[in-house]
Design a protein around this ligand. Structure first.
Ligand code: SF4
Length: 377
């Protein structure tokens, strides 16, 4: 074992090559806060839970906890290994049962680097109700294998402190939250936000209108949700009287009501199945359909974008009224026409919203906005 092997962790490297490199070089990680420690503890508890079930099924002698697996930049540790099957098991705690992208890479590496492993499986446990969903990985696809080896090589090559670090996956410090990175302080030490492109007043007005329309859409969606919830309550009451497959008459208002039982729809996450190696993409090629790309627009307050607002006095009230969707499209088209790759920001209106993508680890709140043209996502 080299001095680096004890330091590097595959579970960090799969989230970001650079994170793996910091671990390899022995950088001091940030201490997890109380909430993060709680998440880690919960993860361990759920892993124990899965282990106990597997021990009943296969026998404890057939299982290995935290099996050490050498990889080019250190030692990985798979959660549970079933000897008789040569199966690597990775347990994840997620309310949404769909595993994350890096979970697949983590498991793929634990299969590829372990000469005892034949295949693997992700076990996603819902922490609220302990429901488990198993995702088998019978083979590691070429795409995943390529990614695993590229990550391993990038991290291993960074062992020499004089060598360059792998590129950042984060555009700015605030992005580190979504990667649960303990090295963001080192990574962004001395970083200065690039100056934003100043907009001409006519385009700046469009951005302000965009932000106002975002607010209107949010309020409209909240109204729709409220109406749907109230209608669901009425339907629940009606359901006590109205039987399926019959018509009932409300003579006062000349209304006929009918209740039709619709069976639940089965859907298949084919994309995930292909990536897990459970389905061969070539077999499905005739059924493949590709949608057209699009631009994703977001609007973020200047102070959340590490940008100093230039004009805090601008008011947006009264700029826009009615026909939100139509004029939103016009605004986007106008911005699209004028700027191909630009960031535009405005000061918060004071309304708070929780940022997405932080997986609940980020305490920042505030209305936010960034406008940037990107490829389809
Ligand atoms: S801050 Fe972002 S880019 Fe830097 S090491 Fe962490 S995850 Fe990677």
């Amino acid at each position: 074992m080299t001095e680096f092997e004890a330091r590097s962790r595959w579970s960090l490297a799969v989230r970001c090559d650079r994170m793996g490199a910091y671990a390899l070089r022995g950088a001091t990680p940030d201490e997890p806060d109380e909430i993060q420690r709680g998440y880690f503890e919960r993860g361990k508890q759920l892993e124990n839970h899965v282990y106990e079930s597997l021990a009943l099924q296969y026998g404890a002698d057939d299982l290995i906890r935290s099996k050490p697996i050498p990889w080019p930049a250190g030692i990985a540790h798979g959660d549970i290994f079933i000897r008789s099957l040569g199966r690597s098991i990775e347990v994840k705690s997620l309310a949404d049962p769909r595993p994350l992208d890096y979970h697949l890479a983590q498991l793929a590496g634990q299969i590829l680097f372990d000469e005892d492993a034949n295949d693997g499986a992700l076990c996603v446990v819902n922490p609220s109700n302990l429901q488990r969903r198993w995702y088998p990985m019978p083979v590691v696809t070429d795409e995943l294998a390529e990614r695993v080896h590229a990550t391993a090589q990038a991290v291993a090559l960074s062992a020499d402190p004089s060598s360059p670090l792998p590129p950042r996956v984060c555009g700015r410090p605030s992005d580190a939250q979504s990667h649960m990175c303990p090295f963001s302080g080192d990574c962004f030490a001395g970083w200065v936000a690039p100056d934003p492109v100043e907009l001409e007043p006519d385009v700046a007005l469009l951005v302000s209108q965009h932000a106002e329309l975002d607010d209107e859409l949010k309020q409209a969606k909240a109204t729709v949700t409220d109406v749907e919830e109230r209608r669901a309550v009425v339907r629940e009451q009606l359901g006590k009287t109205i039987e399926p497959a019959r018509e009932y008459l409300n003579r006062d208002d000349e209304l006929v009501v009918r209740r039709t039982a619709v069976a639940g729809r089965v859907t298949w996450d084919v994309d995930l199945a292909i990536r897990m190696g459970a389905v061969d993409a070539a077999t499905l090629e005739p059924f493949r359909r590709e949608g057209s790309g699009y631009d994703r627009w977001t609007v973020k307050a200047a102070h959340l974008a590490d940008v100093e607002p230039q004009d805090a006095s601008r008011t947006l009230a009264g700029l826009v009224a009615g026909e939100v969707g139509r004029r939103g499209a016009v605004l986007m088209a106008a911005l699209h026409h004028l700027y191909d790759d630009v960031e535009l920001d405005r000061r918060s209106s004071g309304r708070a919203r929780t940022c997405r993508g932080s997986r609940g680890l980020c305490g920042s709140r505030g209305m936010s906005s960034r406008v940037g043209r990107r490829g389809g996502s």
